[in-house]
Write a new protein. Structure first.
Length: 116
């Protein structure tokens, strides 16, 4: 009878010796090298940045602090940059709203002058 192989997933290989390892192993059972688990996508700085820039803004700050990929100073830097970015977006939206409002008022005045 074969030993149970279900625990061994294809694609999990020791970076040191190249042999297959189990997903949950912390050290390679063949050569003893320490195995580093890849971080989930939502902990990787690039994906956090994409989420913050496209969707979340300042709501993405908890993702920054939960990530194990960032050092503490990097987290503070990332957080400050996110707050600044969010403020700039809010100011831009307010500015665009004021511009639109002014154009609308000017348009209404023109319509009134024409007797419409
Ligand atoms: Zn190994």
């Amino acid at each position: 009878m074969n030993p149970p192989r279900a625990a061994v997933l294809p694609g999990w290989h020791c970076a040191a010796c190249g042999r297959q390892v189990r997903k949950d192993d912390r050290v390679c059972s063949h050569c003893g090298a320490r195995l580093v688990q890849p971080a989930p996508w939502h902990e990787q700085p690039v994906w956090i940045a994409v989420l913050i820039l496209t969707l979340l803004g300042a709501l993405g700050i908890p993702l920054i602090w939960r990530s194990r990929q960032l050092s503490r100073p990097a987290k503070w830097l990332f957080t400050l940059a996110t707050i600044l970015y969010t403020l700039i977006i809010i100011l831009l939206l307010v500015w665009i709203s004021i511009l639109l409002w002014e154009h609308l008022q000017a348009f209404q005045m023109q319509m009134n002058d024409l007797g419409m």
